[in-house]
Ligand binder design. Sequence first.
Ligand code: NDP
Length: 385
Amino acid sequence: MSEKIKNIAVLGSTGSIGTQALDVIRANPGSFVVEVLTANGNADLLIKQALEFNPNTVVIADENKYAYVKEALQQTDIKVFAGNKAIAQVVQMDTIDVVLAAIVGYAGLESTISAIKAGKQIALANKETLVVAGDIVTQLAKENGVNLYPVDSEHSAIFQCLAGEWHNPIEKIYLTASGGPFRGKDRTFLETVKKEQALKHPNWDMGAKITIDSASLMNKGLEVIEAKWLFNLKPEQIDVVVHPQSIIHSIVQFNDGSMKAQMGLPDMKLPIQYALGYPERMRSDFPRFSFFNYPQLTFEPADTKTFRNLALAYEAMNRGGNAACILNAANEVAVDAFLKDKVSFLGMSNIVEKCLEKINFIDKPSYEDYVATDKETRVVANEWI
Ligand code: NDP
């Protein structure tokens, strides 16, 4: 049990990460209290969660669903608000200790920044926040004494490997990638794949957007950029290695050549619990790893010729400025279009590439520049669909 009960705001509580975070909280009733729950449009699940966890406040981003949620919770003391502005406001509530940022995509940026400004500790699942505005977000975190605890399994692995090593220089890190459902396939095959195939991830059960990103290797590209900001690394210090079994979650190589890896079964509840419980390693009943079920752990290079998104993400990271913001916005539009059968699997990379070519580069963007870049990129990306 924790020394102090932590009050948690779960942003994106109806999603894959959000529901698994609530599983962790349910399993540790003496350690956590849910203060806030938020959803986009899934009012029924939000109501169900609210009735179970009895938070102080819930927010439904879709304002059309406000009356429905309010009505369903009228017999309780739970406060109900609607809209994304309300999410950004409630994260500043005095009673919150930790904000789990698990909204998907750019939509999570404003609330995460708002929580950091209020000095809340952040358990960060929403990698897009750091991809879009990593410089501003990490600077704000520093100024406000806020720790960003990674939830992404690879970054949690790096973070765990760094425990007790904070003053030792990192030579490089290796982010592991499963390779997704299309590992080893060629471009002819990929030209015809459909969303049903792309949504079948071999090792992880995740939300739709990140599952498509995993199939296209954009997820690994976003993670490379996320790692740069989280661990203050230079682009050349970050490498990707394909490891289809997803047992080694990532590796740090120190400047004496020694390497530390973190391993375990692929289950997001583990990094979620580590981020929420930090610095404590809380007990869990998650299934344990057996070496004999995995007699071989294998490694291979990432195929960036076939899966161009990873190369595009490195390119955006090397350019700096607003390039990664462009990459992210174009990718969000492309993935949405792919999920609606409006663009082919390989067409997604074309949209990202065109946007990186076409949108004005800004070397030192302000927050407003990022907002404008995101908006403009979405318009241009939609023209290519
Ligand atoms: P999901 O799509 O499963 O869930 C997203 C959550 O965000 C839902 O609660 C959704 O509400 C809410 N949401 C979506 N759009 C908006 C919006 N415009 N405004 C407010 N809320 C919104 O995503 P995941 O849980 O898979 O991913 C969440 C984040 O975590 C992503 O950034 C992802 O990259 C990252 N991540 C996820 C992992 C995973 O295993 N799933 C692993 C590592 C990182 P509603 O349900 O009502 O639509």
